[in-house]
Design a protein around this ligand. Structure first.
Ligand code: PLP
Length: 450
């Protein structure tokens, strides 16, 4: 196949990467995983170059962190400017205006016609921790409910809220108390006898019954939900389910937290994926693509909820760093100027068209799904039994990597390939990356050489 962008000339790892990989194994623990056995030399837009000169089309975007592309000029200019002014004074010590400007801007964009306040942190898991703290303080209640299959990070509270055991929780207990898990819809795997509507109604009833069997609603501070489950394989819930849970929260004085860490900032074609469901969460956690790769996260919430904590109870040494805030302001500028939300919708349509063609060709694809540019393929041994094909999806990914498209796995059963490409990817790059993915399937399934 004729390739313009992907160019892999060595085995993976190539000779330089091999040297680094050996050193990595000598010093970095195994528990810190990696997706592809090579090391980056440079990155721009949707392309990555490794230390051996191989070039890849990036469909992983640092796990959904790079919606505006690698090293966008607007971001790098803002960062250079910031480095020359000051790097860190600690917002809890001497404050700086980029924090205020970024907070005002994200509050303005977040769903809900009510006054909001915003605080910044460092990582996604830390935003989740703080959203829970804030919800407990405001409600005076302890219990928190998350959903089966949900992922909320690797800290104690993040792990406790996460609804998938391996690899996130296994042998890492005991977990934080007063965390409960409610069922989440997985339409592809719903009982055959049920329509989507019946299934949603059934699950909502289970959430209501949950208040009898698991925890009394008067003790629940918050529900936390991903608008599209990310790590669990891009599972998109029905609008009626999201709205139903939101209503249950309202009826019982429970706060609704949307974890938009993977879904936010354009990925689904909106600034916030909750906009698709017509729900205005009381609290929203954000991170990843909010700052094009700088380690920063945040909690956005109703003013009265956010303001309940007393001075000193929230924050941390590095929280809301000047560099993270400057990068974030640049991201919002790019999103507006380059119509990133619209672009996400176009990319999503294109990907879904290609997924449909692949589905028609390969019957190991059990399902293809997505919201905006958050699209995934679920692999099965056969479409009747829907038995997850975990190994097969790994092999396909490896073949794709060898050919120059980098993507990631996901899934409750670890049998999903998900795409999180930068949304500044060109049509040509997108098509080439998808061609390579299809060719990788061909190579594994038909054994075709290329
Ligand atoms: C929905 C969601 N919540 C929380 C997290 C945790 O974020 P971090 O890895 O920055 O701690 C992630 C990371 O993938 C996520 O996707």
């Amino acid at each position: 196949m004729n390739r313009k962008f992907a160019n892999v000339q060595t085995e993976l790892p190539g000779p330089k990467a091999k040297g680094l990989l050996d050193r990595r194994h000598g010093i970095v623990p195994r528990g810190v995983g990696y997706g592809i056995p090579t090391f980056v030399e440079s990155a721009k837009g949707a392309l990555l170059k490794d230390v051996d000169g191989n070039q890849f089309i990036d469909f992983a975007g640092a796990i959904g962190t790079i919606n505006v592309g690698h090293s966008h000029d607007t971001v790098t200019a803002a960062l250079h400017d910031q480095v020359d002014r000051y790097i860190h004074t600690g917002f809890n010590v001497m404050m700086y205006d980029p924090y205020i400007e970024f907070a005002e801007k994200v509050a303005e964009l977040a769903p809900g016609h009510f006054k909001k306040k915003v605080m910044f942190l460092n990582s996604g898991a830390e935003a989740v921790e703080n959203a829970v703290k804030i919800a407990r303080k405001y409600t005076g209640r302890q219990a928190v409910v998350s959903f089966s299959g949900g992922f909320h990070g690797r800290t104690l509270m993040g792990m406790s809220l996460t609804g998938k055991v391996k690899p996130y929780k296994y042998e890492y207990g005991p977990f934080a108390p007063e965390v409960y898990h409610a069922p989440f819809p997985y339409n592809y795997r719903r009982p055959e006898s049920m329509s989507e509507e019946e299934y949603t109604a059934f699950l909502l009833k289970q959430v209501e019954d949950f208040f009898i069997s698991e925890v009394d609603p008067s003790l629940v501070a918050a529900f936390i939900m991903e608008p599209v489950q990310g790590e669990s394989g891009f599972i998109v819930p029905d609008k009626a389910f999201v709205q139903g849970v939101y209503e249950l929260c309202k009826q019982n004085g429970i706060l609704f937290i949307a974890d938009e860490i993977q879904t936010g900032f354009g990925r689904t074609g909106k600034y916030f994926a909750m906009e698709h469901y017509g729900v205005a969460p009381d609290l929203i956690t954000i991170s990843k693509s909010m700052s094009a790769g700088l380690p920063i996260s945040g909690v956005i919430g109703r003013e009265e909820v956010m303001d309940n904590a007393s001075p000193g109870e929230l924050g941390g040494t590095y929280c809301g760093s000047p560099l993270g805030c400057r990068a974030g302001i640049a991201v919002l500028e790019i999103m507006e100027k380059e119509n990133i939300n619209e672009r996400a919708q176009i990319i999503g349509q294109r990907v879904m068209e290609r997924f449909k063609e692949m589905y028609d060709r390969f019957d190991v694809i059990g399902d293809y799904r997505g919201l905006g540019a958050m699209c995934a393929l679920e692999f099965v041994e056969d479409r009747e039994t829907k038995k997850p094909a975990k190994e097969l999806s790994s092999q396909i990914l490896q073949e794709a990597h060898k050919r120059g498209t980098i993507a990631l796995k996901a899934g409750v059963y670890d049998n999903v390939i998900r795409l999180l490409m930068p949304l500044v990817i060109t049509d040509e790059q997108l098509d080439e990356g998808l061609d390579i993915l299809e060719e990788a399937m061909e190579a594994v399934l038909v054994g075709a050489q290329s």
